[in-house]
Design a binder for this molecule. Structure first.
Ligand SMILES: Cc1ncc(COP(=O)(O)O)c(C=O)c1O
Length: 503
Protein backbone atom coordinates (compact mmCIF):
# COMPACT_ATOMS: atom_id res chain seq x y z
CA UNK A 1 0.00 0.00 0.00
CA UNK A 2 1.35 3.40 -0.90
CA UNK A 3 1.90 6.20 1.56
CA UNK A 4 -0.72 8.21 -0.29
CA UNK A 5 -3.36 5.50 0.20
CA UNK A 6 -2.41 5.15 3.85
CA UNK A 7 -2.85 8.84 4.40
CA UNK A 8 -6.35 8.61 2.93
CA UNK A 9 -7.47 5.91 5.35
CA UNK A 10 -9.14 8.12 7.88
CA UNK A 11 -10.96 5.93 10.35
CA UNK A 12 -9.23 3.61 12.77
CA UNK A 13 -12.47 1.59 12.82
CA UNK A 14 -11.67 -0.28 9.63
CA UNK A 15 -7.93 -0.09 9.06
CA UNK A 16 -6.21 0.42 5.77
CA UNK A 17 -5.60 -3.16 4.67
CA UNK A 18 -9.23 -3.88 5.19
CA UNK A 19 -9.44 -7.68 5.55
CA UNK A 20 -6.40 -7.96 3.29
CA UNK A 21 -8.73 -7.78 0.35
CA UNK A 22 -7.14 -7.77 -3.04
CA UNK A 23 -9.50 -7.07 -5.89
CA UNK A 24 -6.98 -8.78 -8.18
CA UNK A 25 -8.41 -12.07 -6.81
CA UNK A 26 -11.87 -11.24 -8.11
CA UNK A 27 -13.03 -12.91 -11.32
CA UNK A 28 -13.65 -10.51 -14.19
CA UNK A 29 -17.29 -9.40 -14.12
CA UNK A 30 -17.90 -10.88 -10.67
CA UNK A 31 -16.39 -8.29 -8.35
CA UNK A 32 -19.52 -7.54 -6.32
CA UNK A 33 -20.10 -11.26 -5.85
CA UNK A 34 -16.51 -11.78 -4.77
CA UNK A 35 -16.61 -8.88 -2.32
CA UNK A 36 -19.93 -9.96 -0.79
CA UNK A 37 -18.52 -13.48 -0.31
CA UNK A 38 -15.35 -12.22 1.37
CA UNK A 39 -17.31 -9.95 3.68
CA UNK A 40 -19.73 -12.75 4.55
CA UNK A 41 -16.79 -15.00 5.45
CA UNK A 42 -15.28 -12.29 7.61
CA UNK A 43 -18.56 -11.81 9.46
CA UNK A 44 -18.95 -15.56 9.93
CA UNK A 45 -15.46 -16.07 11.37
CA UNK A 46 -15.63 -13.02 13.62
CA UNK A 47 -13.12 -10.77 11.85
CA UNK A 48 -16.02 -8.41 11.36
CA UNK A 49 -17.86 -8.39 14.66
CA UNK A 50 -21.59 -7.81 15.08
CA UNK A 51 -21.99 -4.12 15.90
CA UNK A 52 -18.89 -3.18 13.88
CA UNK A 53 -19.03 -0.75 11.01
CA UNK A 54 -18.05 -1.42 7.40
CA UNK A 55 -15.94 1.20 5.63
CA UNK A 56 -17.88 3.82 3.69
CA UNK A 57 -18.41 2.63 0.12
CA UNK A 58 -16.32 5.50 -1.25
CA UNK A 59 -13.35 4.63 0.98
CA UNK A 60 -13.43 0.90 0.28
CA UNK A 61 -13.93 1.42 -3.44
CA UNK A 62 -10.88 3.70 -3.55
CA UNK A 63 -8.80 1.27 -1.53
CA UNK A 64 -9.73 -1.71 -3.70
CA UNK A 65 -9.57 0.33 -6.89
CA UNK A 66 -13.00 -0.79 -7.94
CA UNK A 67 -16.02 1.33 -8.80
CA UNK A 68 -18.18 2.49 -5.95
CA UNK A 69 -21.08 0.58 -7.53
CA UNK A 70 -19.26 -2.72 -6.86
CA UNK A 71 -19.04 -1.98 -3.14
CA UNK A 72 -22.60 -0.66 -2.97
CA UNK A 73 -23.87 -3.81 -4.67
CA UNK A 74 -21.90 -6.09 -2.29
CA UNK A 75 -23.31 -4.20 0.73
CA UNK A 76 -26.79 -4.43 -0.74
CA UNK A 77 -26.50 -8.21 -1.00
CA UNK A 78 -25.31 -8.49 2.59
CA UNK A 79 -28.17 -6.28 3.72
CA UNK A 80 -30.60 -8.51 1.87
CA UNK A 81 -29.12 -11.55 3.59
CA UNK A 82 -29.72 -9.78 6.90
CA UNK A 83 -26.04 -9.54 7.84
CA UNK A 84 -25.61 -5.77 7.65
CA UNK A 85 -27.86 -2.79 7.90
CA UNK A 86 -27.54 0.74 6.52
CA UNK A 87 -27.92 3.36 9.27
CA UNK A 88 -27.64 6.66 7.43
CA UNK A 89 -25.03 8.65 9.33
CA UNK A 90 -24.09 5.52 11.32
CA UNK A 91 -22.88 3.91 8.09
CA UNK A 92 -23.28 0.23 7.31
CA UNK A 93 -23.23 -1.88 10.46
CA UNK A 94 -22.88 -5.65 10.91
CA UNK A 95 -26.06 -6.85 12.59
CA UNK A 96 -26.02 -10.65 12.34
CA UNK A 97 -23.43 -13.33 11.70
CA UNK A 98 -24.24 -16.25 9.41
CA UNK A 99 -24.13 -19.58 11.20
CA UNK A 100 -20.99 -21.43 10.23
CA UNK A 101 -21.51 -25.08 9.38
CA UNK A 102 -20.50 -27.33 12.30
CA UNK A 103 -17.66 -29.53 11.20
CA UNK A 104 -18.60 -33.19 11.24
CA UNK A 105 -15.62 -35.55 10.86
CA UNK A 106 -15.98 -37.46 7.61
CA UNK A 107 -17.50 -40.88 8.10
CA UNK A 108 -19.14 -39.97 11.42
CA UNK A 109 -22.90 -39.55 11.68
CA UNK A 110 -24.11 -36.21 12.93
CA UNK A 111 -25.13 -35.99 16.57
CA UNK A 112 -28.77 -37.09 16.82
CA UNK A 113 -29.71 -35.20 19.95
CA UNK A 114 -29.39 -31.44 19.71
CA UNK A 115 -28.15 -29.49 22.67
CA UNK A 116 -30.69 -28.27 25.21
CA UNK A 117 -30.01 -24.61 25.78
CA UNK A 118 -32.31 -23.47 28.52
CA UNK A 119 -32.87 -25.09 31.86
CA UNK A 120 -36.43 -26.09 32.66
CA UNK A 121 -37.47 -26.60 29.04
CA UNK A 122 -38.34 -29.85 27.32
CA UNK A 123 -35.24 -31.76 26.21
CA UNK A 124 -35.16 -31.17 22.44
CA UNK A 125 -34.75 -34.90 21.72
CA UNK A 126 -38.20 -35.30 23.25
CA UNK A 127 -39.62 -32.29 21.44
CA UNK A 128 -41.16 -34.30 18.66
CA UNK A 129 -42.25 -37.30 20.75
CA UNK A 130 -45.93 -37.63 21.61
CA UNK A 131 -48.49 -34.83 21.81
CA UNK A 132 -46.83 -31.39 21.80
CA UNK A 133 -46.94 -29.81 25.27
CA UNK A 134 -47.95 -26.24 26.06
CA UNK A 135 -44.28 -25.20 26.14
CA UNK A 136 -43.34 -26.91 22.88
CA UNK A 137 -42.84 -23.63 20.97
CA UNK A 138 -40.71 -22.20 23.79
CA UNK A 139 -38.57 -25.33 23.77
CA UNK A 140 -38.18 -25.28 19.99
CA UNK A 141 -37.31 -21.58 20.05
CA UNK A 142 -34.68 -22.16 22.72
CA UNK A 143 -33.00 -24.93 20.73
CA UNK A 144 -30.00 -23.77 18.74
CA UNK A 145 -30.02 -24.48 15.03
CA UNK A 146 -27.85 -23.63 12.06
CA UNK A 147 -30.91 -22.95 9.92
CA UNK A 148 -34.22 -21.86 11.39
CA UNK A 149 -37.36 -22.46 9.32
CA UNK A 150 -39.76 -21.75 12.18
CA UNK A 151 -42.90 -20.32 10.56
CA UNK A 152 -44.58 -17.12 11.63
CA UNK A 153 -41.71 -14.62 11.59
CA UNK A 154 -41.08 -11.78 9.15
CA UNK A 155 -37.52 -10.72 8.35
CA UNK A 156 -36.70 -9.23 11.73
CA UNK A 157 -33.38 -7.81 10.52
CA UNK A 158 -35.49 -5.46 8.39
CA UNK A 159 -37.24 -3.96 11.44
CA UNK A 160 -37.38 -0.22 10.64
CA UNK A 161 -35.23 0.86 13.57
CA UNK A 162 -34.51 4.33 12.28
CA UNK A 163 -38.15 5.05 11.44
CA UNK A 164 -39.27 3.67 14.80
CA UNK A 165 -36.73 5.86 16.62
CA UNK A 166 -37.80 8.93 14.67
CA UNK A 167 -41.43 8.24 15.48
CA UNK A 168 -40.61 7.63 19.14
CA UNK A 169 -38.64 10.89 19.36
CA UNK A 170 -41.49 12.82 17.77
CA UNK A 171 -44.02 11.23 20.12
CA UNK A 172 -41.91 12.00 23.20
CA UNK A 173 -41.39 15.57 22.09
CA UNK A 174 -45.13 16.14 21.95
CA UNK A 175 -46.26 13.90 24.81
CA UNK A 176 -48.09 15.61 27.65
CA UNK A 177 -47.43 14.42 31.20
CA UNK A 178 -51.03 13.22 31.28
CA UNK A 179 -50.24 10.69 28.54
CA UNK A 180 -47.89 8.95 30.95
CA UNK A 181 -50.72 8.04 33.27
CA UNK A 182 -53.03 5.04 32.90
CA UNK A 183 -54.43 4.81 29.40
CA UNK A 184 -57.81 3.83 27.98
CA UNK A 185 -58.12 0.02 28.39
CA UNK A 186 -59.50 -0.10 24.84
CA UNK A 187 -56.26 1.40 23.52
CA UNK A 188 -54.85 4.86 22.82
CA UNK A 189 -57.29 6.85 20.67
CA UNK A 190 -54.48 7.71 18.23
CA UNK A 191 -53.74 4.02 17.59
CA UNK A 192 -57.38 3.04 17.33
CA UNK A 193 -57.79 5.75 14.69
CA UNK A 194 -54.66 4.62 12.85
CA UNK A 195 -55.74 0.96 12.94
CA UNK A 196 -59.17 1.89 11.60
CA UNK A 197 -57.43 3.66 8.70
CA UNK A 198 -55.05 0.72 8.12
CA UNK A 199 -57.91 -1.79 8.09
CA UNK A 200 -59.86 0.33 5.61
CA UNK A 201 -57.02 0.68 3.12
CA UNK A 202 -55.29 -2.67 3.46
CA UNK A 203 -58.08 -5.07 4.47
CA UNK A 204 -61.26 -3.50 3.11
CA UNK A 205 -62.80 -3.20 6.59
CA UNK A 206 -64.66 0.04 7.30
CA UNK A 207 -64.81 0.65 11.04
CA UNK A 208 -64.94 3.61 13.37
CA UNK A 209 -62.04 3.94 15.83
CA UNK A 210 -64.38 3.25 18.77
CA UNK A 211 -65.00 -0.24 17.31
CA UNK A 212 -61.30 -1.16 17.58
CA UNK A 213 -59.89 -2.75 20.74
CA UNK A 214 -56.10 -2.72 21.08
CA UNK A 215 -54.73 -5.97 22.54
CA UNK A 216 -51.40 -7.73 22.97
CA UNK A 217 -51.72 -9.81 19.80
CA UNK A 218 -54.09 -12.48 18.56
CA UNK A 219 -52.95 -14.71 21.39
CA UNK A 220 -54.39 -12.29 23.93
CA UNK A 221 -57.50 -11.70 21.82
CA UNK A 222 -58.29 -15.41 22.07
CA UNK A 223 -57.72 -15.41 25.82
CA UNK A 224 -59.98 -12.37 26.29
CA UNK A 225 -62.65 -14.19 24.32
CA UNK A 226 -62.78 -17.21 26.68
CA UNK A 227 -65.13 -15.74 29.30
CA UNK A 228 -67.05 -13.74 26.73
CA UNK A 229 -67.85 -16.79 24.62
CA UNK A 230 -68.71 -18.84 27.67
CA UNK A 231 -71.10 -16.14 28.89
CA UNK A 232 -72.76 -16.43 25.47
CA UNK A 233 -73.19 -20.17 25.98
CA UNK A 234 -70.35 -21.13 23.60
CA UNK A 235 -68.36 -24.04 25.02
CA UNK A 236 -66.25 -24.88 21.99
CA UNK A 237 -64.71 -23.30 18.90
CA UNK A 238 -64.33 -25.42 15.77
CA UNK A 239 -60.89 -25.15 14.18
CA UNK A 240 -59.44 -25.76 10.73
CA UNK A 241 -57.66 -29.05 10.15
CA UNK A 242 -54.83 -28.78 9.49
CA UNK A 243 -54.82 -25.58 11.53
CA UNK A 244 -52.51 -23.68 13.86
CA UNK A 245 -51.44 -25.70 16.91
CA UNK A 246 -50.61 -22.43 18.71
CA UNK A 247 -54.05 -20.88 18.45
CA UNK A 248 -55.66 -24.24 19.31
CA UNK A 249 -53.56 -24.32 22.47
CA UNK A 250 -54.85 -20.85 23.37
CA UNK A 251 -58.45 -21.99 23.02
CA UNK A 252 -57.84 -25.19 24.96
CA UNK A 253 -56.21 -23.19 27.74
CA UNK A 254 -59.64 -21.62 28.28
CA UNK A 255 -61.16 -25.12 28.46
CA UNK A 256 -62.91 -24.59 25.12
CA UNK A 257 -63.38 -27.69 22.96
CA UNK A 258 -61.74 -27.49 19.52
CA UNK A 259 -63.56 -29.85 17.12
CA UNK A 260 -61.59 -30.18 13.86
CA UNK A 261 -63.05 -29.26 10.47
CA UNK A 262 -61.18 -30.43 7.36
CA UNK A 263 -59.69 -27.88 4.96
CA UNK A 264 -59.59 -28.60 1.22
CA UNK A 265 -58.55 -26.55 -1.82
CA UNK A 266 -61.45 -24.13 -1.30
CA UNK A 267 -60.82 -23.54 2.40
CA UNK A 268 -62.65 -24.93 5.41
CA UNK A 269 -65.44 -27.38 4.54
CA UNK A 270 -68.66 -25.71 5.58
CA UNK A 271 -70.71 -28.94 5.39
CA UNK A 272 -68.31 -30.50 7.91
CA UNK A 273 -68.48 -27.35 10.03
CA UNK A 274 -72.25 -27.57 10.17
CA UNK A 275 -71.95 -31.25 11.11
CA UNK A 276 -69.89 -30.43 14.23
CA UNK A 277 -72.80 -28.43 15.64
CA UNK A 278 -70.25 -25.81 16.85
CA UNK A 279 -71.57 -22.27 17.23
CA UNK A 280 -68.17 -20.67 16.63
CA UNK A 281 -65.22 -21.33 14.34
CA UNK A 282 -61.65 -19.96 14.27
CA UNK A 283 -60.55 -19.32 10.67
CA UNK A 284 -57.55 -17.98 8.74
CA UNK A 285 -59.51 -17.20 5.54
CA UNK A 286 -57.04 -14.95 3.70
CA UNK A 287 -54.11 -17.40 3.93
CA UNK A 288 -54.99 -20.58 5.73
CA UNK A 289 -52.46 -21.70 8.30
CA UNK A 290 -50.59 -23.88 7.48
CA UNK A 291 -51.78 -24.88 3.98
CA UNK A 292 -51.88 -21.36 2.52
CA UNK A 293 -55.27 -21.98 0.89
CA UNK A 294 -57.27 -18.83 0.11
CA UNK A 295 -60.95 -19.33 0.92
CA UNK A 296 -62.77 -19.55 -2.42
CA UNK A 297 -65.69 -17.28 -3.35
CA UNK A 298 -68.16 -20.12 -3.15
CA UNK A 299 -66.85 -21.18 0.27
CA UNK A 300 -66.97 -17.59 1.54
CA UNK A 301 -70.62 -17.40 0.58
CA UNK A 302 -71.31 -20.71 2.35
CA UNK A 303 -69.45 -19.50 5.45
CA UNK A 304 -71.37 -16.25 5.53
CA UNK A 305 -74.65 -18.20 5.19
CA UNK A 306 -73.55 -20.36 8.16
CA UNK A 307 -72.77 -17.21 10.14
CA UNK A 308 -76.11 -15.59 9.23
CA UNK A 309 -77.77 -18.69 10.69
CA UNK A 310 -76.20 -17.77 14.05
CA UNK A 311 -72.59 -18.97 13.68
CA UNK A 312 -69.72 -16.81 14.96
CA UNK A 313 -66.50 -16.51 12.92
CA UNK A 314 -63.29 -15.68 14.74
CA UNK A 315 -61.20 -14.32 11.88
CA UNK A 316 -57.44 -14.66 12.46
CA UNK A 317 -55.95 -12.37 9.80
CA UNK A 318 -52.40 -13.21 10.90
CA UNK A 319 -50.35 -12.55 7.74
CA UNK A 320 -52.81 -11.29 5.13
CA UNK A 321 -50.72 -8.27 4.13
CA UNK A 322 -47.95 -10.48 2.74
CA UNK A 323 -48.89 -11.55 -0.76
CA UNK A 324 -46.80 -12.01 -3.89
CA UNK A 325 -48.57 -13.68 -6.81
CA UNK A 326 -52.19 -13.05 -6.13
CA UNK A 327 -54.55 -10.11 -5.70
CA UNK A 328 -55.62 -9.08 -2.20
CA UNK A 329 -58.66 -10.72 -0.67
CA UNK A 330 -60.95 -8.71 1.58
CA UNK A 331 -61.45 -9.81 5.16
CA UNK A 332 -64.69 -11.63 6.06
CA UNK A 333 -65.28 -8.90 8.65
CA UNK A 334 -65.75 -6.50 5.75
CA UNK A 335 -68.81 -8.48 4.68
CA UNK A 336 -70.57 -9.37 7.92
CA UNK A 337 -69.93 -7.15 10.93
CA UNK A 338 -72.34 -8.74 13.39
CA UNK A 339 -71.10 -12.30 13.19
CA UNK A 340 -67.36 -11.89 12.68
CA UNK A 341 -64.78 -11.13 15.36
CA UNK A 342 -61.72 -9.86 13.51
CA UNK A 343 -58.17 -10.18 14.96
CA UNK A 344 -54.85 -8.90 13.63
CA UNK A 345 -51.48 -7.76 14.92
CA UNK A 346 -48.10 -6.30 14.02
CA UNK A 347 -46.35 -9.60 14.77
CA UNK A 348 -45.95 -10.44 11.08
CA UNK A 349 -45.68 -6.81 9.93
CA UNK A 350 -43.05 -5.52 12.33
CA UNK A 351 -42.12 -7.89 15.15
CA UNK A 352 -43.90 -10.25 17.56
CA UNK A 353 -41.83 -8.75 20.40
CA UNK A 354 -43.93 -5.57 20.25
CA UNK A 355 -47.00 -7.52 21.42
CA UNK A 356 -49.47 -5.15 19.78
CA UNK A 357 -52.59 -6.28 18.00
CA UNK A 358 -56.23 -5.35 17.55
CA UNK A 359 -59.68 -6.83 17.56
CA UNK A 360 -62.81 -5.62 15.86
CA UNK A 361 -65.48 -7.62 17.69
CA UNK A 362 -69.18 -7.85 16.87
CA UNK A 363 -70.84 -4.90 18.62
CA UNK A 364 -72.60 -7.13 21.20
CA UNK A 365 -69.22 -8.36 22.57
CA UNK A 366 -67.49 -4.97 22.70
CA UNK A 367 -68.22 -4.04 26.31
CA UNK A 368 -67.51 -7.50 27.70
CA UNK A 369 -64.18 -7.62 25.86
CA UNK A 370 -63.28 -4.17 27.16
CA UNK A 371 -63.97 -5.45 30.69
CA UNK A 372 -61.83 -8.52 30.05
CA UNK A 373 -58.97 -6.34 28.80
CA UNK A 374 -59.28 -3.92 31.73
CA UNK A 375 -59.18 -6.71 34.30
CA UNK A 376 -56.26 -8.39 32.53
CA UNK A 377 -53.81 -5.48 32.33
CA UNK A 378 -55.61 -2.10 32.32
CA UNK A 379 -54.69 -1.78 28.64
CA UNK A 380 -51.58 -2.08 26.49
CA UNK A 381 -48.48 0.02 27.23
CA UNK A 382 -49.24 3.50 25.88
CA UNK A 383 -45.90 4.67 24.49
CA UNK A 384 -45.46 1.89 21.89
CA UNK A 385 -49.07 2.40 20.84
CA UNK A 386 -48.40 6.06 20.11
CA UNK A 387 -45.22 5.25 18.21
CA UNK A 388 -47.01 2.65 16.12
CA UNK A 389 -49.86 5.08 15.42
CA UNK A 390 -47.33 7.58 14.14
CA UNK A 391 -45.62 4.97 11.96
CA UNK A 392 -48.97 3.95 10.49
CA UNK A 393 -50.22 7.46 9.84
CA UNK A 394 -46.93 8.73 8.40
CA UNK A 395 -46.86 5.96 5.79
CA UNK A 396 -43.78 4.39 7.44
CA UNK A 397 -45.51 1.06 8.01
CA UNK A 398 -46.68 0.91 4.40
CA UNK A 399 -43.13 1.63 3.19
CA UNK A 400 -41.78 -1.08 5.47
CA UNK A 401 -44.31 -3.56 4.11
CA UNK A 402 -43.15 -2.81 0.56
CA UNK A 403 -39.54 -3.51 1.55
CA UNK A 404 -40.56 -6.73 3.28
CA UNK A 405 -42.57 -7.95 0.29
CA UNK A 406 -39.56 -7.70 -2.00
CA UNK A 407 -37.27 -9.49 0.42
CA UNK A 408 -39.78 -12.16 1.33
CA UNK A 409 -40.56 -12.87 -2.31
CA UNK A 410 -36.87 -13.49 -3.08
CA UNK A 411 -36.63 -15.80 -0.09
CA UNK A 412 -39.80 -17.62 -1.09
CA UNK A 413 -38.37 -18.10 -4.60
CA UNK A 414 -35.10 -19.41 -3.15
CA UNK A 415 -37.02 -21.94 -1.09
CA UNK A 416 -39.14 -23.11 -4.03
CA UNK A 417 -36.02 -23.54 -6.19
CA UNK A 418 -34.23 -25.43 -3.43
CA UNK A 419 -37.23 -27.70 -2.84
CA UNK A 420 -37.42 -28.51 -6.56
CA UNK A 421 -33.76 -29.48 -6.47
CA UNK A 422 -33.48 -31.28 -3.14
CA UNK A 423 -36.98 -32.65 -2.44
CA UNK A 424 -38.20 -33.20 -6.00
CA UNK A 425 -41.06 -35.50 -4.96
CA UNK A 426 -42.54 -33.06 -2.44
CA UNK A 427 -45.68 -31.03 -3.14
CA UNK A 428 -45.50 -27.33 -2.24
CA UNK A 429 -48.65 -25.71 -0.80
CA UNK A 430 -49.57 -22.09 -0.26
CA UNK A 431 -46.55 -20.28 -1.66
CA UNK A 432 -48.43 -17.34 -3.25
CA UNK A 433 -48.57 -15.40 0.01
CA UNK A 434 -47.46 -15.36 3.61
CA UNK A 435 -44.22 -16.03 5.44
CA UNK A 436 -44.09 -19.80 5.15
CA UNK A 437 -45.02 -22.64 2.85
CA UNK A 438 -45.98 -26.23 3.51
CA UNK A 439 -44.63 -29.31 1.78
CA UNK A 440 -46.15 -32.76 1.83
CA UNK A 441 -44.41 -35.91 0.63
CA UNK A 442 -45.56 -39.38 -0.36
CA UNK A 443 -42.88 -41.34 1.54
CA UNK A 444 -43.73 -43.38 4.63
CA UNK A 445 -41.59 -41.27 6.93
CA UNK A 446 -43.47 -39.73 9.87
CA UNK A 447 -42.94 -35.98 9.76
CA UNK A 448 -42.06 -35.83 13.47
CA UNK A 449 -39.16 -38.20 12.76
CA UNK A 450 -38.05 -36.10 9.82
CA UNK A 451 -38.24 -32.89 11.89
CA UNK A 452 -36.31 -34.51 14.77
CA UNK A 453 -33.58 -35.85 12.46
CA UNK A 454 -33.35 -32.50 10.65
CA UNK A 455 -32.99 -30.69 13.97
CA UNK A 456 -30.20 -33.06 14.95
CA UNK A 457 -28.45 -31.83 11.79
CA UNK A 458 -29.07 -28.22 12.66
CA UNK A 459 -32.23 -27.46 10.69
CA UNK A 460 -35.29 -26.38 12.63
CA UNK A 461 -38.83 -26.70 11.26
CA UNK A 462 -42.27 -27.82 12.35
CA UNK A 463 -43.89 -31.12 11.39
CA UNK A 464 -47.26 -30.70 9.70
CA UNK A 465 -48.79 -33.30 12.03
CA UNK A 466 -48.39 -30.87 14.95
CA UNK A 467 -51.06 -28.82 13.26
CA UNK A 468 -53.47 -31.68 12.72
CA UNK A 469 -56.06 -33.39 14.86
CA UNK A 470 -57.27 -35.55 11.96
CA UNK A 471 -55.06 -38.02 10.07
CA UNK A 472 -53.40 -36.73 6.88
CA UNK A 473 -50.24 -36.98 4.80
CA UNK A 474 -46.94 -36.10 6.49
CA UNK A 475 -45.27 -32.79 5.72
CA UNK A 476 -43.27 -29.88 7.01
CA UNK A 477 -44.19 -26.26 7.65
CA UNK A 478 -41.25 -24.14 6.50
CA UNK A 479 -40.92 -20.46 7.31
CA UNK A 480 -38.74 -18.68 4.76
CA UNK A 481 -39.23 -14.98 5.49
CA UNK A 482 -36.69 -14.72 8.31
CA UNK A 483 -33.90 -16.64 6.56
CA UNK A 484 -31.46 -15.34 3.93
CA UNK A 485 -31.59 -17.09 0.52
CA UNK A 486 -28.19 -18.82 0.83
CA UNK A 487 -29.12 -20.29 4.20
CA UNK A 488 -32.49 -21.42 2.82
CA UNK A 489 -30.75 -23.39 0.08
CA UNK A 490 -28.39 -24.96 2.60
CA UNK A 491 -31.21 -25.89 4.98
CA UNK A 492 -33.43 -27.38 2.29
CA UNK A 493 -30.49 -29.46 1.03
CA UNK A 494 -30.12 -30.88 4.54
CA UNK A 495 -33.86 -31.64 4.67
CA UNK A 496 -33.58 -33.49 1.35
CA UNK A 497 -30.61 -35.57 2.53
CA UNK A 498 -32.33 -36.34 5.81
CA UNK A 499 -35.53 -37.47 4.14
CA UNK A 500 -33.63 -39.70 1.70
CA UNK A 501 -31.77 -41.33 4.58
CA UNK A 502 -34.91 -42.01 6.58
CA UNK A 503 -36.94 -43.35 3.63
C1 LIG B 1 -51.98 -18.66 12.68
C2 LIG B 1 -51.50 -17.77 13.78
N1 LIG B 1 -52.36 -16.97 14.38
C3 LIG B 1 -52.00 -16.18 15.41
C4 LIG B 1 -50.71 -16.17 15.89
C5 LIG B 1 -50.38 -15.32 17.09
O1 LIG B 1 -50.10 -14.05 16.73
P1 LIG B 1 -49.90 -12.84 17.75
O2 LIG B 1 -48.43 -12.61 17.80
O3 LIG B 1 -50.65 -11.75 17.10
O4 LIG B 1 -50.43 -13.19 19.09
C6 LIG B 1 -49.77 -16.97 15.28
C7 LIG B 1 -48.38 -16.95 15.74
O5 LIG B 1 -47.46 -17.32 15.05
C8 LIG B 1 -50.17 -17.78 14.19
O6 LIG B 1 -49.29 -18.58 13.57
Amino acid sequence: MTAATLANCGSPAYGCDFLQLDAGDAPAGGKADWLARRLREAIADGRLAVGGRLPPTRVLAAELRVSRGVVTEAYRRLAEDGHVEGRRRGGTVVVAAPFSQPSVPSGSRPCRVPEPVAAGLTVPGALFAGEPDADVFDALRATRARVDFTPGLPDLTAFPRAAWLRAERAVLAELSAGNLGYGDPRGAPQLRRAVAGWLATSRGIRVEPHEVLVVAGTAQALTLLHPVLRADGIEGVAVEDPGSLGTRQHLRNGALATPPVPVDDGGVRVDALRATGARAVLLTPAHQFPTGVVTSGERRRALLAWARDGGLILEDDYDAEHRYDRPPVAALRALLADQVCYMGSVSKLLAPALRIGWMVPPPRYRDALTDAKRFTDLGNAVLPQLVLARLMESGGLERHLRVLRGRHRRRRDAMIDALAEHLPGAVVHGAAAGLHLTVTYALEVPDVELAAAALARGVKCQPLSWHRQLPGPPGLVLGYAATPPGTITEGVATLGETLRELA
